[in-house]
Write a protein that binds this ligand. Structure first.
Ligand SMILES: [Zn+2]
Length: 140
């Protein structure tokens, strides 16, 4: 990785595994201008595929999941921050759920609903109302 400011070579002088999740945090220092900045390494979720209903594979887009979750949380004061954290939690759960990178849309909805239910009942109900596949099986 080159320096953000001058394009010079950088060296890692501190790194830490985030205790939650799948990412590594690194402090880098530019060898030319001595600027310091942080990078974070995490799995590329665009390469985590998702299978559509019709059997056609489309890339998993975390932004869609985030938008769905944000809609469910829309009346909460910190909905943007909460939606971002919940999106990360759902993705972490999905990655643990399976050894394969292929997911059914329903698996994603079910996992999202589970996380939301634990977080906030109202957000969960709003999410479930938007996802018909959840109407059965997840009630109660
Ligand atoms: Zn530099």
């Amino acid at each position: 990785m080159v320096c953000l400011y001058c394009g010079g070579k950088t060296r890692v002088f501190n790194s830490r595994k985030q205790h939650k999740g799948n990412s590594v945090w690194r402090r880098r220092r530019c060898q030319r201008c001595l600027a310091v900045f942080t990078t974070q390494e995490s799995p590329d979720l665009a390469s985590t595929l998702m299978v559509s209903q019709s059997g056609v594979y489309t890339p998993f887009l975390a932004d869609f999941l985030y938008t769905d979750i944000l809609l469910a949380l829309q009346d909460r004061k910190n909905c943007y921050i909460e939606a971002r954290e919940i999106t990360k939690t759902v993705i972490r759960h999905l990655l643990k759920l399976s050894t394969s990178p292929l997911f059914e849309p329903r698996q994603i909805s079910v996992e999202t609903a589970k996380v939301l239910k634990r977080f906030n009942k109202r957000a969960y109900l709003r999410y479930a109302a938007e996802h018909e596949s959840l109407q059965k099986g997840l009630r109660g």
